[in-house]
Design a protein around this ligand. Structure first.
Ligand code: ADP
Ligand code: MG
Length: 396
């Protein structure tokens, strides 16, 4: 278990007037010098506001881009600190080269962003000397950046060993959602794994087989499984060299009592693109010059019925080439079923992955899922069953 902001605020010495180092994810997309998507800034708000409202001197640690251990004005956090202030509707300061003196004179209740942690060569090496220097700036450490927790850097891991460490509100919400989805989930559990290639998600598939009751495989990777079972998938995206691996996963699933669902009808086309001519076919009827671009309507209906029997769903990867309509149909339909079951209260639904989040937004259901993770790499490593160093350090 990990401590949260509740424990920090309940600390008998309190946080009023104390400097608190808070790791956030401020690695936002920028366009022409302006923040083009402020999702991450809004995610950072609750923790920063709560600590400031309790009188802490909030010192925000974050990285931006890949400056590779050198001071590089292109990657300064200064404009992002300003954008954070706008989003929060309160003053957010900025310190380019923080030292204890500069921090002593800060007002209690203030929020100050410290310059890009990756300007220090020791950050990504988890250098103990840098860790001690940074730790000397604060009395407490809060990690609120789940998305960076798969990296053992000074600001994501090292500091947790040197200062009393706590999970921020966003980190807490993410860890609780992930625990409910795969840690100690209510069974039956279904996992949807889709996307382009088996090779990028081998560890995910292998881990899930031992964890879930239903493994629903869609997207391009379903073709690799179908081909491994002897189905001719025409010119579909398919990793023929992974046939043995796919069969081994199917066997492991069988042993673990995990039912694997592969599509039995599919939507095929001769070319890749939006609104190209296409039709639905049985998987055994795919022509040599056709490719599978989506799961068929009958299979989706059967998958919806599977979800209706489940209590928990974890989803990574779209079922089809959802960027090109109508190959978004299966993903949208199954996402809407999951959303409806979640609204009705019978299903806990957790989803993550860059394209998955985009697909759920496209289906208009992201808000209806129990939790949607925007953490990318960290989310996938968690799906692989890996222990994330940033999370482990909070627990240890
Ligand atoms: P995520 O980012 O959510 O982890 P992935 O990156 O693994 O998801 O997969 C998303 C990509 O998979 C999309 O670009 C989508 O077009 C592609 N894809 C899904 N189904 C197919 C298919 N049948 N053939 C080719 N590409 C597919
Ligand atoms: Mg992707």
């Amino acid at each position: 278990m990990f401590k949260t902001i509740d424990d920090l605020i309940a600390d008998r010495h309190g946080v009023a007037g104390k400097p608190v180092l808070v790791r956030e994810d401020l690695n936002v997309p920028m366009h022409e010098g302006r923040v083009s998507d402020d999702t991450r800034l809004r995610a950072a708000m609750p923790t920063l506001a709560e600590l400031a409202d309790h009188g802490a001197k909030v010192l925000v640690l974050a990285h931006f881009g890949r400056p590779k251990g050198k001071v590089d004005p292109e990657f300064t956090l200064r404009p992002i600190a300003e954008a954070l202030g706008e989003v929060m509707g309160r003053h957010v300061g900025f310190l380019a080269s923080p030292d204890r003196h500069a921090i002593d004179v800060l007002e209690p209740g203030s929020i100050t962003v410290l310059e890009n942690s990756r300007f220090y060569p020791g950050e990504e090496k988890n250098d103990p000397v840098l860790a001690r220097q940074m730790a000397s700036l604060g009395d407490f450490y809060v990690n609120d950046a789940f998305s960076a927790a798969h990296r053992a850097h000074v600001t994501t891991e090292g500091l947790a060993h040197l200062l009393p460490a706590f999970a921020g509100r966003a980190m807490e919400a993410e860890l609780k959602a992930l625990e409910a989805a795969l840690g100690k989930p209510e069974h039956p559990v279904a996992a949807v794994v889709g996307g382009a290639k088996v090779s990028t998600k081998l560890d995910v598939l292998t881990h899930l087989v031992g964890k879930v009751d239903h493994l629903i495989i869609g997207g391009g990777m379903a073709n690799t499984f179908l081909a491994a079972r002897g189905v001719d998938v025409g010119k579909s995206l398919c990793e023929h060299d992974l046939a043995d691996t796919a069969n081994a996963i199917l066997e492991a699933a069988d042993k673990a009592n995990c039912t694997v669902h592969l599509p039995y009808d599919v939507v095929v086309a001769k070319e890749f693109g939006a609104n190209v001519p296409c039709h639905t076919a049985n998987v055994h009827e795919v022509a040599a010059d056709e490719m599978i671009l989506d799961v068929g309507a009958s299979a989706v209906e059967a998958l919806s019925d599977v979800l209706k029997t489940c209590r928990t769903l974890v989803w990574n990867g779209p079922l089809g080439a959802f960027e090109y309509p109508p190959f978004d149909t299966a993903t949208v339909a199954l996402a809407r079923t999951a959303a409806a079951l979640t609204r009705e209260g019978t299903l806990v639904s957790v989803a993550g992955g860059g394209d998955t989040v985009a697909a759920l937004n496209h289906a208009g259901v992201a808000d209806d899922f129990s939790f949607v993770s925007t953490a990318g790499g960290a989310f996938l490593e968690w799906m692989e069953g890996k222990v994330l160093p940033g999370v482990k350090a909070l627990e240890g």
